[in-house]
Design a protein around this ligand. Sequence first.
Ligand SMILES: NC(=O)c1ccc[n+]([C@@H]2O[C@H](COP(=O)([O-])OP(=O)(O)OC[C@H]3O[C@@H](n4cnc5c(N)ncnc54)[C@H](O)[C@@H]3O)[C@@H](O)[C@H]2O)c1
Length: 433
Amino acid sequence: MTQIEVKHAKGRLGVLVVGLGGAVSSTFIAGTLSVRKGLGQPIGSLTQLATIRLGKRNENRFPLIKDVVPLAELNDLVFGGWDIFDENVYEAACHAEVLKKEDLDAVKDELAAIRPMKALFDRNFVKRLDGRFVKEGGSRWEQTELLREDIRRFKKENECERIVVMWAASTEVFIEQSAAHESLAAFEAAMKNNQVDALSPSMCYAYAALAEGAPFIMGAPNLCVDIPAMWELAEIKRAPICGKDYKTGQTLLKTVLAPMLKTRMLGLEGWFSTNILGNRDGEVLDDPGSFKTKEVSKLSVIDTILQPDVYPQLYGNIYHKVRINYYPPRKDNKEGWDNIDIVGWLGYPMQLKVDFLCRDSILAAPLCLDLVLFADLSARCGFYGIQSWLSFYFKSPMHSPDKVPEHDLFIQHTILKNTLRTIIGEQTIDYLD
Ligand SMILES: NC(=O)c1ccc[n+]([C@@H]2O[C@H](COP(=O)([O-])OP(=O)(O)OC[C@H]3O[C@@H](n4cnc5c(N)ncnc54)[C@H](O)[C@@H]3O)[C@@H](O)[C@H]2O)c1
């Protein structure tokens, strides 16, 4: 087995979050600070709580992942980022109303010290928000240069050894891959010509991160790093990229239930999914352009798992609908309903109903923590480009063009753990022992 040389996780790791004042970011940061003070449990985080089986089943070796995989320590994380609102993270978290005031007050001083940098924002890409704390003027190229300076300054001022950049900002309107995205040269030319329609702000943040050699995580469904120009840049800079769209609520359930139907060869006629949520994300997704980006991400899952072309008699004619409704009274406490029409022996119909009363940011925060630690690990392992081993965390897992994405949660989990085993020089597990 080839041993992977993993660079030591020494020194501070700067975590720069785009959308620093959002519900997900503030819940992630406040939660991580609470956990490191011993005030809360990192529930939902594999890096903090999960074990990994090493060796044969009868060896009885089940250490914690964090005890055997060389991850950065929580105490070494330093937080920063950008937002279009000039609020510190304590103020932002109070406005997000996800965590209780007493929980926020326990880490108030540290949260209040984390202030955003001015954002790169373009209202044409997020129509329901109006940013005031933004970088004014300049071409996309010049604005991206400012983001690069931000990253370098943050790294220096906070004495960080390494940086990870994560997008937890709003979902941008749907755009398709075009000529400007097809190569790095075309992309850079488009930046200099200020071809604003083709170049979303998220692409500029991603470009800035990769150009500075930092891993980039795309937590929303934006096209962003899912284009050849970014793959090229990631390869040149030897930087990892991963995305898209945190897999938290309804899609998490879909990627468990759909494989269950398929493994039992049960048919599917229809899957109707609807959501109500009342946070700022819900307001942004109320705009048809942003919703379309999310819809494409949420719809892709079932077809890939069920393979209607291979099983036309079971999955050849599925009606799949996804709705998101902005409903302010629920705030961050989303409710996701699923009505699933399934078919059994001799074509007899049955139904499944799921009502998931979840908390969006409570589900997303541990994913952010794991992704930051794993993206940093990837970089220290010398992995670069698309990190499909992190598909476990995403609704639309990025993959190379010659491969199909893996959506099944438990297959994704096996891939993730086998990658960790490989990193630490242990045998991968095929369950045949
Ligand atoms: N919570 C979940 O379960 C979940 C799951 C999957 C994806 N997501 C995605 O994660 C993102 C964050 O969700 P949220 O609930 O925190 O939303 P939010 O609206 O609370 O936060 C988004 C933040 O991004 C900021 N922002 C927007 N454009 C920006 C830009 N160009 N530069 C810097 N800041 C910018 C906004 O001001 C806001 O503070 C959304 O795109 C959402 O769709 C969330």
